[in-house]
Design a protein around this ligand. Structure first.
Ligand SMILES: *[C@@H]1O[C@H](CO)[C@@H](O)[C@H](O)[C@H]1NC(C)=O
Length: 111
């Protein structure tokens, strides 16, 4: 993460915390005010929450690493260059059992 993205993310988290605290204070205020009980959250708290969320996303995008290929062929090619195979589980499966041989072994063990 670069300095700019960290700054933007921290600022957005502070804004989000402030919006949350404001909403808490507002609900606390409403509990003691019985005159207008159907009041909704003030517009500035909603706007602050939206701006903080957008800033947080922007900060995260700024600090993101370079995108990597999502194509399966490129991913598998990269793995095989490292000496690993994405199909190793298929290549290491056991062969067919020789039932004739197993039957002979069982018969000889029984004697
Ligand atoms: C299975 O085992 C029998 C007896 O050991 C052997 O004669 C036969 O060739 C084996 N078959 C295969 C496919 O390996």
């Amino acid at each position: 993460m670069s300095f700019v993205s960290t700054t933007v993310t921290v600022l957005s988290l502070l804004l989000l915390f402030h919006a949350g605290y404001s909403a808490y204070e507002f609900s606390h205020y409403l509990k003691h005010l019985t005159v207008n009980s159907d009041a909704t959250v003030p517009l500035d708290i909603i706007a602050e929450t939206i701006v903080a969320t957008a800033l947080f996303a922007f900060g995260q995008v700024l600090g993101a690493k370079q995108l990597e290929p999502v194509s399966f062929a490129k991913w598998a090619k990269g793995l095989e260059r490292e000496g690993k195979s994405p199909f190793a589980f298929l290549e290491r499966r056991p062969g067919y059992m020789n039932v004739t041989k197993l039957r002979d072994e069982y018969a000889s063990a029984k004697k």
